[in-house]
Design a protein. Structure first.
Length: 194
């Protein structure tokens, strides 16, 4: 069984959905967070999953910050990393150690609306379709190879909260299944899961 680490910065609802997913391919063994007050830690405590705060401000640069994270990943013999609301760009230390073994979930149909506030960006732009993307991580923000996407139709009557709720529901269903496919070796090409 593959040993998975999840990186989060906030609420941790995707972390919990991934961790609770019953499968024979992966198990979440570690939560890494860069925010000491993230609610994700409470979820980890309830699930008996070890967690660590690694605050970027405590380190002189990104390399030393990621070297500290790498110590925990080695200690727990982590095979693969899933970013779930982790609000930092991954740097060279982790990219070289986990090449093609770090994925992210993003609340838009990339390449549209990368970065922060993607749902709000989509609504403000007036799109009729948005969605969720799961992609590999590389050195650029939200530019790695797309693994899976699921669309969501939206209309003018929907508030940001309405769209966020629907996006989160899609994320919680999609991410765990795509991780299972990747780690089983089933997901070789970009695809849309509807």
């Amino acid at each position: 069984m593959k040993r998975l680490a999840v990186f989060a910065s906030g609420n941790g609802s995707n972390f919990e959905a991934i961790a609770k997913y019953k499968n024979e391919v992966y198990e979440v063994k570690l939560l890494i967070c860069d925010q000491k007050d993230a609610y994700a830690f409470r979820r980890a405590e309830r699930l008996n999953i070890p967690f660590y705060v690694v605050n970027f401000k405590d380190y002189k640069d990104k390399a030393s910050y990621e070297t500290e994270i790498l110590k925990y990943l080695k200690e727990y013999e982590i095979d693969f990393i899933a970013l779930a609301g982790y609000m930092r760009l991954i740097g060279d230390v982790l990219l070289s150690e986990y090449d093609n073994k770090i994925v992210n979930i993003h609340p838009s149909l990339l390449p549209a609306f990368p970065g922060l506030h993607a749902i709000e960006q989509a609504i403000n732009y007036g799109v009729k379709v948005t969605g969720v993307t799961i992609h590999y991580i590389d050195e650029a923000m939200d530019r790695g190879k797309i693994i899976a996407q699921k669309s969501l139709s939206i209309n003018n009557e929907m508030s940001i909260d309405d769209v966020e709720k629907k996006i989160h529901k899609i994320e919680h269903l999609l991410y765990k299944k795509v991780l299972e496919e990747i780690l089983r070796g089933d997901n070789k090409d970009e695809k849309s899961i509807d």
